[in-house]
Design a protein around this ligand. Sequence first.
Ligand code: C2E
Ligand code: CA
Ligand code: CA
Length: 523
Amino acid sequence: MKRRNKSHIEILQNVFLFILGGIIWINLSNRLLFKYLTDITKYKQIQIYKDVVYVLLVGLVVYLITRKKRHKLESMLDVNKHKEMEEKIYALAYYNVLTGMPNRSKFEQKVNEKIREYKGTEEKFAIIYMNIDNLRRINDTWGYEVGDMLLKYIAGIMNKYSNEIYLCAHLGGDDFAIVIDNIQDRNEVLRRTKDLMDEFKIPWEFKKHKIFITFSAGIVLYPEHGESLYSLVVNADTAMWHVKKHGKDGSCFYNADMQTKRAEYIQTAHQIRKGLKNEEFVVYYQPQINLTTGEIAGMEALIRWKHPEQGCIPPNDFIPLAEATGEIHAIGRFVLETVCKQKKEWELQGYPEVIVSVNISGISLTRGDLADEIEELLETYEVDGSGIRIEITETSVMTDMDMAVKTLRKIRSLGVKVALDDFGTGYSSLTYLRRLPLDVVKIDRTFINNIKNVDEEEIIVEVVVQIARSLNLEVVAEGVETQEQLSYVVESECELAQGYYFSKPIAPDQIEEILDADFRYAI
Ligand code: C2E
Ligand code: CA
Ligand code: CA
């Protein structure tokens, strides 16, 4: 509008100049001619030329002015176009295409700006690295389009929140980052993080489905946790990783221990993969004794890692790490396959049939394809399902009870039996005993170890045996080390027992010796 007014005034100015120029020209030229020419016919002739000269001059001036204007207009258009392009390039470079939020480059630029601003002052700012816990699952279940819709929904909430803080950025995929400046103390950051996370407590509704969104968030403070963009980002990511490994859906500040732990995890994961390839893992077997006959009724397969430098590493030192890194699936498959192979070999060599129990990690149990994996291995090695038993723990079914029940039913349909391990240490809930499709309960060794000292422990064992009986479950007493403990579990009417009193976990060739001798333990 302004520009239009301006050009209008310019036109009027020009018209005015032409009129003024014309009047001056007519006036001056007439006066001069009149003064120097006396011949009236000559005067009239020149008058015509004079007008022609004037018209030509005006034409020239008009030409010059419009040419100048065109140049100006063209360069103006050019500048506008340039600006538009520049804006487009800037948006592509600094904003996420899907959500329109500032992207990683913008985030890095802004953090660097803050670092420059706060350097040498007392001021602090916080970076909160947030990862959506279940985007991958949503993508797998509903497809990427739904995942994109969810990201846009999250961006909407974040954008609202961004008015109150320095920056909300979408770093890509399921990663977001928040920068809060002028921080007074840690509590303020925690409170603000919680405020934001609370915004997501209401589930996102999609086609009548309620989808819960949770985040794992790692927090760092400048300058306490890093003085450069790189160190702040790496440490925030490590803190976020720590939250992921401890149940997700939460937030925590970074500390140096986390870094060491993470490095250890990565190193161990790598070593486990290498160890599986180099056949450093072996399976030992611990006999389970029938308390009526003294015969070996079964055995528990227990993994051992014969590390070339560190010697024999017990499972408790690497199974939790393997669970955290995902290597547990390869380990689980290795044990199942080794047991199936071993069972076939013993069968072909004519050894008596014994049930072998295999420990299954909760992570494998709730993954969904465990039953198929077991079926495939039973078929490959031509082993009967009834010769295998799996051991699960209460904690392992906690994360996804429905999935666990479904998988266990499928596994049992293959003839494979299911035992609940370490009973008494976890939730020891009767609900689990009733809801889970089980065949056996294993009483944890802490109860067996303590029976000499604590009267209550004795009662617990007896109660468990009674409950198990009413639910048609067999009972195995774990960790029997002494004659006294053995007498007690026999009296309590446990069917089976396992422990150092009979045998430690031993290598397959030692098991063969016992089986060869048709050995019976004195009960
Ligand atoms: P768990 O399933 O409760 O296995 C029994 C553990 O108790 C074994 O330890 C065994 O050696 C030990 N034990 C047996 N009898 C006695 C006894 O009389 N006294 C004492 N003090 N201990 C006894 P191990 O082999 O070190 O295994 C520890 C844990 O590691 C197992 O506990 C199990 O949770 C896990 N684990 C072992 N092998 C595997 C495997 O192949 N897969 C999975 N997912 N976990 C495994
Ligand atoms: Ca076990
Ligand atoms: Ca156990």
